[in-house]
Design a protein around this ligand. Structure first.
Ligand SMILES: [Zn+2]
Ligand SMILES: [Zn+2]
Length: 200
């Protein structure tokens, strides 16, 4: 009796029997429930625009100043719950797969930096996690070229001058200030900026 109780407690510790995204209880030793898993269906290039990754049928090609961008999954409120450390490694592996849709060599992995206040208050900066993971897996240099001085304004971190480099911005979702960040990057010389995100 005690033994089976201990066994169960130990199992619960290893497999908490709750979905790590939505906390729905699970009947089997999995980490995501069926509903959450159903949102991890990789978007296919055949049905998406090669530049903005919008649906190939009628769409406005919105790229936020990026040369090309790609997404892994369709947006849903459930996807927002995936912003946790335990899921980030899984999500990062999807980013690695979807990178091929950009069809471009990459010189640097970077992010649109967070507002300075958020850098200190956020429990976990997922975009940085993705950027570090991709840089390690792809053996590419990971570099921050910008510093956020407010929600909309960025300054260069160094006097680095671009001469045609290809930069890859990675993140969970495109940020509203991405266009502005790209303008500041392009003031540092000619460069191409691509975007790779978990969702749109
Ligand atoms: Zn779930
Ligand atoms: Zn498009």
């Amino acid at each position: 009796m005690i033994r089976s109780f201990l066994c169960k407690s130990l199992l619960n510790l290893i497999f908490p029997l709750r979905c790590i995204a939505c906390e729905e209880s699970l009947s089997t030793a999995m980490i995501l429930c069926k509903e959450c898993l159903s949102h991890l269906v990789l978007l296919q290039p055949s049905s998406h625009c090669p530049r903005c990754f919008g649906p190939k049928t009628f769409h406005e090609c919105k790229r936020n100043g990026l040369t090309r961008q790609a997404f892994c999954f369709e947006y849903s409120p459930i996807i927002e719950k995936f912003k946790v450390l335990e899921l980030s490694k899984i999500l990062a592996s999807y980013l690695l797969v979807q990178l091929q849709q950009l069809q471009s060599p990459i010189d640097f992995i970077t992010t649109v930096p967070e507002h300075p206040l958020r850098r200190f208050t956020a429990p976990f900066l997922q975009d940085n996690f993705f950027a570090d993971h991709l840089a390690t897996e792809l053996s590419l240099p990971r570099r921050e070229f910008l510093r956020a001085v407010s929600d909309e304004e960025f300054t260069p971190r160094s006097s680095y001058e671009f001469t045609g480099e290809q930069l890859l911005i990675v993140g969970f979702r495109p940020k509203s200030n991405t266009r502005r960040a790209i303008q500041v990057l392009k003031n540092q010389g000619p460069c191409k900026v691509l975007g790779l995100y978990i969702t749109n």
